[in-house]
Design a protein around this ligand. Structure first.
Ligand code: PLP
Length: 347
């Protein structure tokens, strides 16, 4: 069977250290006759400590465990945010192109979706366009930084100020699924913004996409609302224990981030050297590229060579774009060879 290289979902090629995992699973298995609230409380404590360290700016204290709402991946944190705020807003504003789950969750909740396209070659936020959109109705805005799929950091603080100045009520969810790769977070803003939700995941830098662990963090009043809307026991004891163990000593995340940064630059440089491919600068674990050949076409040619990448056949503006996850060093070699071969570059 062909060993397909999965570079289409921004997963990590690395894994949580195995010995740690085995110890945790054995310990957690012994408590499976109980409901998981203790395991989940430990997870909250560990994530609050980790998040506090990441928010470390000046005298910031960081979130309390009560401000950390655990979810079944970042996807559930997105849904939970929409469901919690649904009675208070009429529209969800998305800065496109971005992660499609925001619009999906909004439509499922019966809310209007308003798109404010990112502007320019560098995909920056159109702050005037955002301000205009906020005038229409009470809003929930999603800001993804680094943004999927474009890979750049957005001017999130400027956007928060525009949202704070909106004429009507406005909330904002900042999705920091890839924040570890860029090292920039707005978490410190939770201290002074009642309308902010920060969404995190352990699927990316923590290498736990299969475990399904995410978080919504907010100021105390809003986190209590999120907690009320959360399905009781949405995170099971085994998953919570795996997450807590990963957070017990997250030093491996630094190694993952360093390895991804090195491989990312090599991948981007290699892709940039190929005919008809122009990579965008990336602060995440993937590289977004412009392609002369239609993206879905090239993605098919790569799949025939055993490499899966993300194309956007249903998004007219992205017909000539692909997103390629940064793999382990040997996977970068393999993906570059597949691209060269698919583009007819002599080997
Ligand atoms: C921007 C963004 N947010 C959230 C997620 C959801 O991740 P998960 O549900 O695995 O935590 C992803 C996954 O690719 C993502 O790209």
């Amino acid at each position: 069977m062909v060993n397909l290289l999965r570079l289409h979902l921004n997963e990590s090629p690395y894994r949580l250290p195995e010995d740690r995992l085995e110890r945790v699973l054995a310990g957690a298995a012994a408590t499976l006759n109980r409901y998981p609230e203790r395991a989940v409380d430990l997870l909250r404590e560990r994530y609050a400590a980790y998040a506090g360290a990441s928010a470390q700016r000046a005298a910031q204290v960081g979130p309390s465990p009560g401000q950390v709402v655990p979810t079944n991946g970042g996807d559930e944190a997105i849904n939970l945010t929409v469901i919690t705020l649904r009675p208070l807003v009429r529209q969800v504003v998305v800065l496109t192109p971005t992660f499609p789950e925001y619009s999906r969750a909004a439509r499922l909740a019966g809310l209007d979706v308003v798109e404010v396209p990112l502007a320019g070659q560098d995909y920056h936020i159109d702050l005037d366009g955002l301000s205009e959109a906020l005038r229409r109705a009470p809003s929930l805005v999603f800001v993804c930084s680094p943004n999927n799929p474009t890979g750049n950091l957005l001017d999130t603080l400027e956007a928060l100020d525009v949202i704070a100045a909106a004429p009507g009520p406005a909330w904002v969810a900042v999705d920091e699924a890839y924040w570890e790769f860029a090292g920039e977070t707005v978490l410190a803003e939770l201290d002074r913004r009642e309308n902010l939700v920060v969404i995190r995941t352990m699927s990316k830098a923590f290498c736990l996409a299969g475990a399904r662990l995410g978080f919504a963090l907010a100021a105390p009043a809003l986190s209590r609302q999120l907690e009320t809307a959360r399905m009781l026991f949405n995170v099971d004891a085994l998953t919570a224990a795996v997450g807590a163990a990963a957070l017990d000593d997250p030093a491996y995340v630094r190694d993952v981030v360093a390895a991804v940064a090195e491989a990312r630059e090599r991948l981007a440089a290699g892709l940039g050297g190929l005919p008809g491919i122009v990579p965008y600068p990336s602060r995440a674990n993937f590289v977004f590229v412009r392609t002369q050949r239609p993206g879905p076409d090239l993605a098919r040619a790569l799949a025939l060579r055993g490499v899966l990448v993300r194309a956007y056949p249903d998004v007219p503006d992205l017909l000539h774009r692909l997103r390629v996850t940064v793999g382990a060093p040997e996977e970068v070699d393999r993906s570059l060879s597949a691209f060269a071969d698919a583009l007819g570059v002599p080997g």
